[in-house]
Design a protein around this ligand. Structure first.
Ligand SMILES: Nc1ncnc2c1ncn2[C@@H]1O[C@H](COP(=O)(O)OP(=O)(O)O)[C@@H](O)[C@H]1O
Ligand SMILES: [Mg+2]
Length: 379
């Protein structure tokens, strides 16, 4: 059992700042998931913890012991890489026992550790094979097994599932959850996949451009994101955003208008509201649109651009004409609407949805969240 603490970590590559003052900690036995877009510094941070990078400044501690300048092999951490990094000329058994062999452990101890890890990972039948004879999923298990045999204080995973197909990924998500429960070890897991983050983490660290945007349990981040980045990053399909203007501001709330919707939307605010005339951003999750006209909010009239029938649920992408969802390059400016029922409609059919006050997020001109949905009265 081990607590990991990262304090004010900075990593520069020449003049490029890859990690800009990052602090977070993982409690003993915790499963922390670090998530963020490609290039935001996740691997650099993980490699710094493993000792594969020399940090510019800051401290890394395990159980209070400063390991910032220790050799990788002395840190009590084991890392699992996306590309497995197995030794091709060695058998699975040799791969998994290699670190213990280098450390000069007796043969019987190595065998016992390898057999135990192989049993946990259900790869006992593969032990005498070479990596090239294994499937992608089996190779990933061997890479994880190699970490387990070292019995580290902290496991580091760098996008371990991203080379696997979707079905295997969801199976491995469950297996890693079981593994974590069985070993009770502290784990830091890096991914750019927000589904992995939401489903596996006890806490999520959201990173962007070398900084930590927010840390918290998955649903806290989903329900109460601190800014537009976190709001847009967690959730699939993404949150929809509409640019709006404050028509009226008073203590306790604002009334908003936007081009391309009818009606007006009055949102309650806990703190100082923006001023009349200010531009703000309204965020709506795909599941938060109401059906038909909203008498107490905005009504959006559009046409069905794309419909994805998934059986028990349906995803609609609505073309709002001149009104585009901001920040949604991947869905061409269409509004993503999620329904937990089957819908029979066709491309081009008109559709009307409502946007109600208790169902929206609000972001100020600096992208900070200033209002969140009321989860007791869902649309
Ligand atoms: N050895 C290096 N030299 C210079 N820049 C690097 C080096 N390694 C990573 N970077 C840069 O640091 C940034 C963060 O990279 P990385 O940690 O790999 O991101 P992520 O894992 O989140 O995709 C990227 O802009 C990357 O180009
Ligand atoms: Mg990476």
């Amino acid at each position: 059992m081990a607590e990991l603490e990262i304090r004010n970590l900075i990593k520069d590559y020449g003049s490029f700042k890859a990690i800009k003052d990052v602090s977070f900690s993982a409690a003993s036995g915790e499963f922390v998931v670090m998530v963020g877009p490609s290039g935001c510094g996740k691997s650099t941070l993980l490699r710094s913890i493993a000792g594969l990078e020399t940090v510019t400044s800051g401290a890394i501690r395990i159980n209070g012991r400063d390991i910032t300048k220790d050799e990788p092999s002395d840190r009590g951490v084991a890392m699992v890489f996306q590309n497995y990094a197995l030794y091709p000329h060695m058998t699975v058994r040799q791969n998994m026992g290699f670190a213990l062999k280098i450390a000069g452990r007796p043969r019987a101890e190595i065998d016992a550790a390898v057999n135990r890890a192989a049993k946990i990972l259900r790869i006992e039948a593969q032990l005498e094979k070479k990596p090239k004879a294994l499937s992608g999923g089996q190779k990933q298990r061997v890479a994880i097994g190699r970490a387990i045999t070292r019995a580290p204080d902290v496991f580091l995973f760098d996008e371990p599932l991203s080379n696997l197909d979707a079905a295997l990924r969801s199976q491995m998500r469950i297996e890693l959850g079981r593994l974590h429960a069985e070993l009770g070890a502290t784990m830091v897991y890096v991914t750019h996949d927000q589904t992995e983050a939401m489903t596996m983490a006890s806490r999520i660290v959201v990173m962007n451009e070398g900084r930590v945007e927010q840390v918290g349990p998955p649903l806290d981040l989903y329900n109460r994101p601190v800014n537009r980045f976190v709001a847009g990053f967690l959730g699939s399909p993404r949150m929809n955003f509409i640019k709006a203007r404050v028509a009226e501001a008073r203590a306790g709330g604002v009334t908003l208008t936007a081009e391309g919707v009818s009606g007006s939307l009055t949102v309650a605010l806990e703190d100082t509201p923006p001023r009349t005339g200010d531009e703000v951003m309204v965020g709506i999750r795909p599941e938060a649109f109401s059906d038909g006209e909203a008498v107490d909010g905005w009504t959006l009239d559009g046409a069905i651009a794309v419909m994805e029938s998934l059986g028990r649920e349906t995803l609609l992408y609505i073309d709002g004409g001149s009104l585009r969802s901001v920040d949604s390059e991947s869905q061409e400016g269409f509004f993503a609407v999620h329904r937990t029922r089957q819908i029979t409609a066709r491309h081009g059919d008109p559709v009307r949805v409502g946007i109600k006050p208790g169902a929206v997020y609000l972001f100020d001109s600096r992208d900070r969240a200033i209002a969140w949905p009321d989860h007791h009265s869902h649309a």
